[in-house]
Design a protein around this ligand. Structure first.
Ligand SMILES: C[S@@+](CC[C@H](N)C(=O)[O-])C[C@H]1O[C@@H](n2cnc3c(N)ncnc32)[C@H](O)[C@@H]1O
Length: 361
C-alpha cells in the first residue's frame, strides 16, 4: 500500500507575511477607542506584553455585548459573528517563529506548522487556539485503558472523556475472531487504532478527511513504535482502501449538521445526512468473510432533540445489509468530578454497536 504523506499540507491559521498598516497598542492607551477602531475595520498590533492583547479582547467583548444585547438566539449569533470578525483584526508579530511581545507563551506549533516562513503577523485568537492546543500536546492525555500518553496534533479531535474507550476495550477483550486486518474510518488522534494494536490486531488501514489527523497519527505511530501496524490515507471514508477487514471501526460525528460543514474539527462533531448511508454502502464491500462493523455512537443528538433519527437504527431497519449482533450502552460521566452536571447531558449514554452481514454468521 502506498502512502503519500509528503504531499499532505496541514491546516493552519492564516498569517500575514507582508507589512500591515496597524495601530500599535500599548497598555496605557485608551482601550475603548482602540476597540472601536477594530470594529470599524482597522488592524491593531499588540505591543510590549502578551497580556495587552487580553486587555483589548476583554474590552471588545464588553463593547459588542452592549451592541448586541438580548439573550435571543439571533442576538447571541450576531455577537459571536461580530466578535469573531473584529477579534481577528488584533494581531501579534512573530519573528523567527516566536512571539515578539514579552511574557508570551512558548508555542511549538509556530515552528512546526510554518516551516516555510519565520516572520509574520497572526491574529490573537488564532494564537490563543494554538496555545491551548500546544498545552494539550505537550502535557499529553493519559489514556489509562492503554497505559499510554496521547499527544494530539493541532486541529485534531481528541477524547477528553473516556467512557467510549472503556466500552471498546471491553468488547476488544472478548473478541475472538481474526485479528489480521482492521480498517479505522476517522482515525482522529489515533486512539482506537492504538487500542486495536494493543489488543493484537496486526494491520490497520486508517483514514481521515482531516489532513492534520493524518499528519498527527503519522508522528504518533513513530513515537509509540506502531509504524509497522498502521497505514494512513488522507481521504473520504474508504478512498484508496483495497483491504477487506475483519473489523471496520468508526467513531463518527455524533450530531446531525444544521449548517454547512467546514473542514477540520467541525467534521469530527457534525455529520451530513449522507455520511452514514455512504459509510454503510462502502463498508459492505470492505468486510472479510465474517467481518464485523463496530460503531461507537451516542444518544447525544436524541437528548438534545428527541425527534432526531438514529442513523444506525435507520440503516438496520431500512436496508437489508446488516444485522445487529451487539448493542452495549454506558452512562457518560462528567469530564471532571468537580464539574457539576446541570444540563440534559445527565441522560447521555455512549453506545457500541457491532453489526454483521445479513445471512452470514
Ligand atoms: C468523533 S471523531 C473520532 C476520532 C477518533 N477515532 C476517536 O475515537 O477519538 C470523528 C473523526 O472522523 C473524521 N471524519 C469525518 N467524516 C469523515 C469521512 N467522510 N471520512 C473519513 N473521516 C471522516 C473526522 O475528521 C474525525 O477525525
Amino acid at each position: 500500500m502506498n502512502e503519500d504523506l509528503q504531499s499532505i499540507k496541514a491546516d493552519r491559521p492564516n498569517i500575514i507575511t507582508t507589512e500591515v498598516e496597524a495601530i500599535s497598542f500599548y497598555r496605557k492607551m485608551d482601550t475603548k477607542a482602540t476597540v472601536n477602531q477594530m470594529i470599524a475595520g482597522k488592524y491593531v498590533l499588540v505591543e510590549e506584553f502578551y497580556s495587552n492583547g487580553l486587555q483589548v479582547l476583554n474590552e471588545l467583548k464588553k463593547t459588542l455585548l452592549l451592541r448586541h444585547q438580548g439573550k435571543s438566539f439571533q442576538g447571541k449569533r450576531d455577537f459571536r459573528s461580530a466578535f469573531r470578525k473584529a477579534s481577528h483584526r488584533l494581531l501579534l508579530k512573530v519573528e523567527e517563529n516566536k512571539l515578539v511581545v514579552k511574557k508570551s507563551p512558548n508555542i511549538g506549533w509556530l515552528t512546526e506548522l510554518y516551516p516555510d516562513v519565520s516572520d509574520f503577523y497572526i491574529s490573537f485568537p488564532d494564537i490563543q487556539g494554538m496555545n491551548s492546543s500546544w498545552q494539550w500536546h505537550e502535557n499529553g492525555i493519559e489514556i489509562k485503558t492503554l497505559d499510554l500518553m496521547l499527544k494530539p496534533y493541532y486541529g485534531t479531535y481528541f477524547p477528553t472523556r473516556f467512557d467510549h474507550l472503556k466500552l471498546f476495550d471491553k468488547w476488544l477483550k472478548k473478541y475472538e475472531g481474526s485479528k489480521e486486518n482492521a480498517i479505522e474510518i476517522g482515525v482522529g488522534s489515533g486512539i482506537l487504532s492504538f487500542q486495536l494494536i494493543q489488543n493484537g490486531f496486526k494491520n490497520i488501514f486508517a483514514t481521515d478527511t482531516n489532513a492534520n489527523a493524518i499528519i498527527g497519527v503519522a508522528k504518533e505511530r513513530k513515537r509509540l513504535g506502531f509504524e509497522e501496524n498502521i497505514t494512513l490515507n488522507h481521504g473520504d471514508l474508504f478512498d484508496n482502501c483495497e483491504v477487506k477487514a475483519d473489523i471496520i471501526v468508526f467513531n463518527p460525528p455524533w450530531l446531525p449538521a444544521k449548517h454547512k460543514l467546514e473542514e477540520g474539527i467541525d467534521k469530527a462533531m457534525y455529520y451530513e445526512k449522507e455520511l452514514f448511508p455512504r459509510f454503510f454502502k462502502q463498508a459492505k464491500k470492505h468486510l472479510a468473510p465474517n467481518g464485523k462493523i463496530v460503531l461507537i455512537f451516542s444518544n447525544l443528538a436524541e437528548v438534545v432533540d428527541k425527534n432526531t433519527t438514529h442513523p444506525i437504527i435507520e440503516e438496520l431497519t431500512k436496508n437489508n445489509r446488516f444485522r445487529k449482533e451487539l448493542h452495549l450502552r454506558r452512562d457518560v460521566r462528567a469530564s471532571s468530578r468537580k464539574t457539576k452536571r446541570n444540563d440534559s447531558r445527565d441522560n447521555e449514554k455512549v453506545e457500541l454497536w457491532v453489526l454483521g452481514e445479513k445471512g452470514k454468521k
